[in-house]
Write a protein that binds this ligand. Sequence first.
Ligand code: GLA
Length: 379
Amino acid sequence: MTALEDTFRTRTGEAPYGTWFAPGRVNLIGEHTDYNDGFCMPFALPHRVTVAAGPRKDGQWVITSQNKHETVTVAPADLTPGRPGWSSYAAGVVWALRQAGYDIAGADLVLESDVPVGAGLSSSAALECAVLTALAELNGLDIAGMDRARLARTAENEFVGAPTGLMDQAASTLCTAGHALFFDCRDLTVEQVPFDSATFGVEVLVLDTNTPHSLVDSEYAERRTSCHEAARQLGVTALREVSADGLGDALTALADPLLRKRVRHVVTENERVRQARQALRTGSLDELAPLLDQSHASMRDDFEITVPTVDLAVETARAAGALGARMTGGGFGGCIIALVPAGRTDEVGEEVARAFAEAGYAAPAWFTATPSAGAGRLR
Ligand code: GLA
């Protein structure tokens, strides 16, 4: 019996019906493109939220967080958007399923997470997707993967109130081990692109800059608004419709220099995601690595979502031998990823730690990531 099952049994007096999980993610490339109907290419982390769950007869959802050592009871009357606290991610999933017309019976849920929180690794999407996977099976619902991702995003957008795109929930739900997920955010189609970093002779270093990202919510919303305003001025539904070839004309058509920069990021980033997919297909590190550098420069100079700690981490990683590096996730802190020659990730991490200490920044944390499985049943 796992520790999670043990807690479940102690709390409810019964064995769980099953145990499900959903992972956090890093995004290899394609940032702030999802809500512009563009492309991105995340992969799932081995870090995950695990949920032991079983049915309850009283129509309530009783949710325990092993991490918080807290149990919250949610009755149908409590399913009101804007509810504060960690349990809103789970309650939001119940709400989204019910909004979509599914009959969701009461349940006991015991959650545990090893996805770092506040690091931009989608710990909230992992929680939503894990709960959704558990509730879908408990209630005998057959919901297609992309629809599950969309329901989890509805919980995030409309119940929790964070105006994110679909990338994180799609990654957590649809990724498969050994692959990056090429995701077309307009067609809602995916391609599993084999990504075994060993064949490139590299490892993927994920380094958390441990930067408190207080601006992330307001700045994220501002970028979304700017992109939609630029699309409106260009007469397109979404910036996805501006091709790399059409970028020059689009920039000429926009009077506001800020909107020009935002559009240049999104259009060039979409192009880089396609090129990165091609580089993965052909196994060309020489093509892949510079795309990460270019993506970072674009986020720093055009989309203006990086911060000094993140830029220092990327520069130091590159100087210490990484072949390409970029910030990953929404921005204003969080993690960088770097393609590092196999066996040298700790050396690169330690160089960044030294540079952070010299600059007076908090110590970073790092690990090496391999593309892992998306949501599923564990036991
Ligand atoms: C956050 C959001 C995603 C995506 C990224 C930026 O992770 O949740 O939808 O927009 O930022 O690429």
